[in-house]
Design a protein around this ligand. Sequence first.
Ligand code: PEP
Length: 249
Amino acid sequence: MSRQYYIAGNWKMHKTRSEAAELAKTLAGQLKDGQHKYLVAPSFTSLETVAAIVKGTNIRLGAQNCAAEEQGAHTGEVSVLQLKDLGVQTIILGHSERRHVYKEDDALINKKVKLALKHGFEVILCIGELLEEREAGKVEAVCETQTVKGLEGVSAAELANIVIAYEPVWAIGTGKTATPEDAEAVHAFTRKVIGRLYGAEAAEKIIIQYGGSVKPDNAAQLMAKENIDGALVGGAALTPDTFVPIAKF
Ligand code: PEP
């Protein structure tokens, strides 16, 4: 496979600045000789601290969200301009917690995706079905809609800065992982959707990560699948003991 594996850690709303610094320093040391592409996404409050540590290393700096507007009267929001100023390179958008807890819909996520791309960020666009949607046989329909609507108005050139993360919602933070076969089926389907939208070459190139209770003992089996190109890791990204073995699978 010509695609590079991409392992990303989403630290969610965990860690003070000193805790984040400690984790980032350990990862920078232990992943120095890692063969894959890496990213850590700390909370906004730790971005500046972690930026100074990962600068010049093989670990990219990610944010977990951004506002849909460049600036203005948006109390409590953080803009792409502010993220760029901090050295952020990648923004995770459409995470299931943003979609389902904070009620972000496809239109809002699409607006953020386009704004982030306009400002030169790489975007990790998360998609994935709820348990009831899986049980109702709607996995493909949900993932197709989230992909198509999330990428509405995104040009073929901009697609080079898009990574998709397939994260079945029922597998996030629950300890339940999709089987490698179930995940592979959705990844292959999503790649086909990209092919329909952007052509075969773009589909072949796009990185599709899997997320949902990825752990050191299941990472290799998932990554062995043809269409699984990396992982977006939550819980296991919070300690080097669990993240490093995944990152070096
Ligand atoms: C995530 O937050 O994107 C995630 C996949 O979390 P976890 O690995 O804890 O399931």
